[in-house]
Write a protein that binds this ligand. Structure first.
Ligand code: GAP
Length: 544
């Protein structure tokens, strides 16, 4: 069973060292997260797979690592200073500050055409505060999403040292267009790829690492002759979709969505979003836009930009003249991609049938939980939460023991935990879960944080321990990230590795000492075979 709620992923991520709430010992800082020992490996593997696919495996791409702090003029001419903002309104009654465009869309059933239309609706008292229902809302004002900082030792109080933390990596590529072109002697078409941090003072961050104020982007700017842009755009839409699919995202969870005319930026010719079916619904994973010549023109010296020192142009040998290339921009989020791979890989299933009497006891407890929920009135429990819990309890009761994974998932539901009898349900379900189900992250071997785990059958048998440690060392020397573990029975160690997505487990037993073979266990099939340990480093290195 895949993850049905983001809470399951959040809970696993925290429990097993993928992602922790940031600065938690001081109460945290809303929507900021730290990648733990396994999370950093996973995210690094995602970034490495991207870099390999878009730079190393192609002939038409270069890499770049531009500074986060740039001259403020970059953000003036890119348009971010004037337009990179969300419209906010204040409720005079309850002091809430919602996003005015969201309020408009939710209450009018369509996107607003602009700030003027939002303010006309506010003036006519047609919009209500989503928190308290009052129509006493202030005029919507743009709230710029860029984080400001000061460069230099003295903050003079004016804008002299003002700089921004970049809200996207893309501009670093545009302003380096001539540098890359000249030093690498490139001919069109060619592209530049960059991975790096970006910062946005998002009004509504949330959904775990999906939308945060500090995040990492993986962006490409691909420069082409005007006229060749549409084919290049389609090439990148296909290439990027294939990348996600090859790394394991299920086809039914991945789709392309054409942006409508209303959504398109004024300069964009076309934009296709790659969307993933996250537990909270279909959401953007990556945007692939045809931005025409907007960016290179905007940063080129000319009547509308007297501050730039250069023209960002290309001398076309065929036409014997300078042209401004068009640009195709596949723009992905490293954190969002990592989250999608985690969600897609998550699987919880029953591995063997629990005894009938234990199942009957659990059924009775779930029935009692359902009765408790039914008794709640609207003041004690929101009607939608009540309906959800009763529905879930009925489905689970009808399908036990097969629905044990669904019941365990309900353990992450805040509503369920508000019901006293659910503690008992959890106690029994967790025990059965430990004995009869397994959680497995079916990550692509290339993305898995740990590729192989090596165990000695007995930890108090020095010869087994020594051989297991040697095998681990040999795997590491071959570039296969491996761990050694002897802190439990083999079954428990397998389950621990399944939960973090380790594709291979190697067990060293007494036969290993005689014939040099070990048990090689596959995470997905749980199949086991004997393999010569001397051959493992090369064989596994190829698979991961
Ligand atoms: N240069 C174009 C650009 O930045 P975007 O759609 O704003 O376009 C591109 O961002 C990608 O960056 C998104 O598809 C998403 O994967 C990621 N992203 C954007 N804002 C984010 C946020 N607040 N938190 C996490 N990822 C974000």
């Amino acid at each position: 069973m895949p993850a049905t709620a983001l809470e399951q992923i959040v809970s696993l991520a925290k429990r097993r060292g993928f992602v922790f709430p940031s600065s938690a010992i001081y109460g945290g800082l809303g929507s900021t997260w730290d990648y733990g020992p396994l999370g950093v490996e996973l995210k690094n593997n995602v970034k490495r797979a991207w870099w390999r696919s878009v730079v190393h495996e192609r002939d038409d791409m270069e890499g770049l690592d531009a500074a986060i702090l740039m001259n403020r003029l970059v953000w003036k001419y890119s348009g971010h200073e004037a337009t990179f903002s969300d419209p906010m309104t204040d409720c005079r009654s309850c002091k809430a500050r919602p996003r005015a465009d969201h309020v408009f869309a939710a209450q009018k059933g369509r996107e607003p055409k602009g700030l003027a239309e939002i303010n006309a609706a506010i003036g006519a008292k047609e919009l209500k505060c989503p928190k308290c229902g009052s129509t006493d809302l202030t005029e919507a004002r743009p709230f710029n999403l860029m984080f400001k900082t000061t460069v230099g030792a003295v903050d003079t109080g004016d804008d002299a040292g003002l700089a921004y933390l970049r809200p996207e990596t893309a501009q670093g590529i545009f302003v380096n267009f001539n540098n890359v072109l000249d030093t690498m002697r490139r001919k069109l078409p060619f592209g530049v790829a960059q991975i790096g941090k970006a910062f946005r003072n998002e009004i509504t961050p949330g959904n775990f690492t999906f939308r945060t104020r500090e995040f990492e982007q993986m962006e490409i700017e691909y420069f082409v002759r005007p006229g060749e842009d549409e084919a290049a755009h389609q090439m990148w839409i296909d290439t990027r979709t294939k990348w996600y699919a090859e790394l394991g995202l299920r086809p039914e969870n991945l789709k392309q969505r054409e942006q409508t005319r209303d959504e398109l930026a004024h300069y964009a010719k076309r934009c296709v979003d790659l969307e993933y079916k996250f537990p909270m619904g279909w959401s953007e994973l990556e945007g692939i836009a045809n931005r025409a010549d907007f960016d290179l023109q905007a940063h080129s010296r000319g009547p509308s930009n007297p501050d730039s020192l250069v023209e960002l142009r290309y001398f076309d040998q065929e036409q014997k003249k300078h042209i401004t290339p068009y640009v195709i921009e596949p723009s992905a989020g490293a954190d969002r991609a990592t989250l999608a791979f985690l969600c897609d890989a998550y699987d919880e299933s029953l591995v063997k049938e629990p005894p009938a009497e234990e199942v009957a006891k659990l059924k009775e407890l779930v029935a009692s939980f359902a009765r408790s929920v039914e008794k709640r009135d609207a003041k004690q429990m929101e009607p939608d939460v009540k309906a959800r819990l009763v529905g879930a309890a009925e489905t689970i009761m009808a399908g036990l023991p097969g629905t044990l994974p669904e019941l365990l998932a309900l353990g992450d539901d805040e509503g369920a935990n508000r019901i006293e009898v659910f503690k008992k349900v959890r106690g029994v379900a967790d025990k059965l879960g430990d004995d009869y189900t397994r959680t497995v992250l079916r990550l692509h071997p290339r993305l898995a944080p740990v590729k192989a785990a090596v165990f000695p059958l007995k930890k108090n048998e020095p010869r087994l321990v020594e051989l297991a440690r040697t095998i681990k060392k040999n795997l590491q020397a071959a570039g296969v990230r491996a761990v050694y573990d002897d802190t439990g029975a083999i079954g428990k160690l397998y389950r621990r590795q399944d939960e973090i997505g380790t594709p291979f487990c190697v067990t060293v037993d007494f036969q290993s000492l005689e014939d040099g073979t070990v048990t090689l266990r596959d995470r997905d099939t749980m199949g086991q075979e004997r393999a010569k340990h001397g051959e493992l480093p090369a064989a596994l290195a190829q698979k991961v």
